[in-house]
Design a protein around this ligand. Sequence first.
Ligand code: PLP
Length: 343
Amino acid sequence: ALATASFEAARQTVSAWINAPNASSVIFTRGTTEAINLVAQSFGGHHFKPGDVILLTEMEHHSNIVPWQLIADRTGAVIRVIPVTPTGELNLDEFDQMLSKGVRLLAMTHVSNVTGTINPVAEMIDRAHQQGALVLIDGAQAAAHMAVDIQALDCDFYAFSGHKMFGPTGIGVLYGKSHLLEAMPPWQGGGEMIEQVSFAGSTWNQLPFKFEAGTPNIAGAIGLAAAVDYLQQLDHELVSEHEQRLTDLTLAGLRQIDGIRLIGDAEHRLGAVSFVPKAGHAHDIGTLLNEQKVAVRSGHHCAMPLMAALGVSGTVRASFCFYNTESDVDRLLQAVAKACSFL
Ligand code: PLP
């Protein structure tokens, strides 16, 4: 009973944090990926007709591409892709033109995990709604860094992961508008998701349990709520000012280093900074930085279509959070300069 009460209290905490209209529209999943697969399989499987358009963007993580490819194959829906500009921003003129062509659902990321670009999601949701399209936002990169107000955004679905906001792995959230979730069939069967089971047929439990088959990740949800409690103590404005300052310093410093080229230059961005060496491969510089104890990630960042669009095979990505300091930026810049001298 204590575990159940704590699990439901965690749902309340998460729900209040994103300003969801009610806790029953907050479904616990294994993460962003599972949340998107849930919508693709349940909503898409139920509603998509041949020729319906699923609109994605060129900057999506594979987790917000492949689930749509799977359901498109099954239903005959087609995928169209909003292109990115060389600065790593979305081309909104193209978006407007693409919207008018039978779009059923727009699925897009709030923030790019490669370039840090913050997309104008509120405006895009509004435009999509005007054309009768629903919108799913992949919030994996946004949830820890900005205050997300689901009702102000008015998105239809929002997905995020615990482990990107200081919570545990294997837990995440799908928020969905109640009337949409009500009309969607379950996507996995068993456990808590039933009301009544007989061999003549079964009926489904109410929201959110209809979408939580099997014993849930109770410990994970409680851990996620603890992370939310922690994040709530921080001053969001101070945090974003701090992250912005570190990002600006990094960008200015990297521009002074001859051997590298910045990838992405969006006007609105969070603290993910991508770059490539002019000589050699991103992995070379990534390895040289890690040897100097500077933790960066190199590779395609699960965004191969974005790599192709930007004409690179991979990037080195440094990312900043509230716990980073200006001396971390100095260390990074020195290490990049040194690495470049080896390449
Ligand atoms: N979407 C974005 C933008 C991400 O950055 C990530 C993870 O890196 C995911 C989706 C997938 O998240 P998860 O692996 O937690 O499901």
